[in-house]
Design a protein around this ligand. Structure first.
Ligand code: E4P
Length: 217
């Protein structure tokens, strides 16, 4: 499973890259607003740090405007992927952009039938939001399972990015179900590595080593 980081924060992206596990970045207008910097410059910086795909979202809602905005965004760097909202206008834009060789990531997916249409439209990526479904007492991971089954049934090439991840169990289920990608906030990436028995084990090894040194004089 590929791991993307879900942030527009340069420090977090650099740290995750240095962990050696980073395959790409997803941003959205909220994440860019959080950084408070000019968004195009920020995206340019992100693309300088990471070789893998970097998703940048369009703001337009009409397909012709989305396409125009996407063409401009794609000039930032070769690894820019255009995030398009999951609407009929969005699907039209996906068809045009993919036809021009501009990769798209269709975002704000909340149902398997939406995902079926995205697969048929030929998007490079789809982003189902598991956390936001869980937030309203639905089952985000069941949606991932459904999309994987449907895409396998018909051989769609669209890669599934598990998005809106809130905790390590979302990542566990994404990997177990065989999702292509999980886009994970920095805090959750850091939580994945932690286990209390690892910390206790290191502590015990260090103490035992020290007592051996002390006994040897
Ligand atoms: C990523 O592509 C999404 O925009 C992001 O994961 C949404 O996460 P949120 O539901 O925590 O805002």
């Amino acid at each position: 499973m590929k791991i993307f980081i879900d942030t527009a924060n340069l420090e977090e992206i650099k740290q995750a890259r240095d962990f050696g596990i980073l395959d790409g970045v997803t941003t959205n207008p909220t994440l860019l607003a959080r950084e408070g910097k000019p968004p195009l410059k920020q995206l340019e910086e992100i693309c300088r740090i990471v070789d893998g795909p970097v998703s940048a979202e369009v703001i337009a809602l009409q397909s012709d405007e989305m396409v125009k905005e996407a063409r401009d965004l794609s000039k930032i760097a070769d690894n820019i992927v255009i995030k398009i909202p999951l609407t009929l206008e969005g699907l039209k834009a996906v068809k045009i952009l993919e036809g021009e060789g501009i990769k798209t990531n269709v975002t704000l997916c909340f149902s398997a039938m939406q995902a079926l249409l995205v697969g048929k439209a030929g998007a490079s990526y789809i982003s189902p939001f598991v956390g936001r479904l869980d937030d309203i007492s639905d089952d985000g991971m069941r949606l991932i399972e459904d999309i994987i089954t449907i895409y396998d049934n018909y051989g769609f090439d669209t890669e599934i990015i598990v998005a809106s991840i809130r905790h390590p169990m979302h990542v566990y289920w994404a990997a177990k179900l065989g999702a292509d990608i999980a886009t994970i906030p920095f805090k959750t990436i850091s939580q994945l590595i932690k286990h209390p028995l690892t910390d206790i084990g290191i502590d015990r090894f260090l103490k035992d080593w020290q007592s051996l040194q002390d006994n040897l004089g």
